[in-house]
Design a binder for this molecule. Structure first.
Ligand SMILES: [Zn+2]
Length: 290
């Protein structure tokens, strides 16, 4: 599945959606919409071109974001990494950056939205060395402390906690000497802010990029499928605290709609860009054509 990089601009910022590869998830409906009422879900899926009876696999891209402000080069999330034997289709981030002339040593900041494997396994390369040697790694203090404490083992559901914890304990320590911990809303460099959006994980971040009156928000796993834009109350089976996630979703969707911001979703159909509109009091996802 050779999705190519997709370049676009936000004001003066040069941006690029970089596909780390495609991952195939099975049983998508119980994963993405475990509590959605059946008929309503079928109807919504139809609106998004999906036949629920035949929806046995969900092919999701892992879309990282590269932004060049002219002064700084920033990467949001590092993808699934090369070692993941369960998927030979992900882990292409470094190759795809190089294809556009960007070497790992060029990156000034890596912003990690949260510490799930598909977002941090590319922190190190196939040799286990840090992948972005010059970069400051930005992650929320809450997220860092959760995965590095007994809380992760105590509070995560039994079914998938082992793999998540193993990955976090392997991929977070190597960045310890290059770490910038953030709390709440913070400016990383001019025009780039992290916003704490707890719920999917305890310290999940979204990232806002503003230049010349235009705004891009990298929503990461705040919204995993575009249907979550229209039905923010339909939380996923992998949300750590569903209620908090719904509150965070509504806060960011209100902001995005009011400010007419462009959104980019990590798991949305590549390149994952679109806007939130309001029609008859309801949010509507309007994908931006490639
Ligand atoms: Zn996640």
């Amino acid at each position: 599945m050779g999705e190519k990089n997709f370049s676009f601009k936000i004001g003066d910022f040069k941006c690029m959606a970089v596909c780390d590869g495609i991952y195939t998830y099975t049983k998508p409906a119980p994963l993405l919409f475990p509590t959605a009422p059946g008929e309503e879900l079928d109807q919504k899926l139809r609106e998004f071109g999906i036949d629920s009876d035949r929806w046995l696999e969900w092919k999701s891209p892992y879309t990282c974001l590269f932004v060049d402000t002219g002064k700084y080069k920033i990467l949001v999330d590092t993808g699934g990494g090369k070692e993941d034997q369960s998927s030979r289709e992900t882990g292409q981030l470094l190759d795809n950056l190089r294809a556009d002339g960007i070497s790992p040593g060029d990156i000034d900041f890596v912003i990690l939205t949260h510490a799930h494997p598909d977002h941090i396994c590319g922190n190190t390369d196939e040799k286990g060395e840090i992948a972005f040697p010059r970069a400051r790694y930005v992650i929320s203090k809450e997220e860092w402390e959760f995965w590095n404490s007994f809380r992760a083992g105590k509070e995560l559901p039994e079914t998938f906690k082992e793999g998540l914890i193993r990955c976090a304990r392997q991929k977070l320590p190597p960045i310890e000497n290059q770490l910038n911990l953030v709390e709440g809303e913070e400016e990383i460099v001019e025009g780039i802010r992290t916003i704490l959006t707890p719920g999917h994980t305890p310290g999940h971040l979204v990232v806002s990029f503003c230049s010349k009156g235009e705004e891009l928000i990298a929503v990461s796993d705040l919204l995993i499928h575009p249907i979550h834009v229209e039905k923010p109350q339909w939380y996923t089976a992998v949300d750590y605290n569903p209620e908090k996630n719904i509150t965070s979703r509504i806060r960011i969707l209100e902001k995005a709609e009011k400010e007419n911001a462009l959104l980019i979703g990590f798991h949305f159909p590549f390149p994952g860009l679109g806007r939130v509109k309001k029609e008859e009091g309801k949010w509507k996802w309007e994908p931006q054509a490639k």
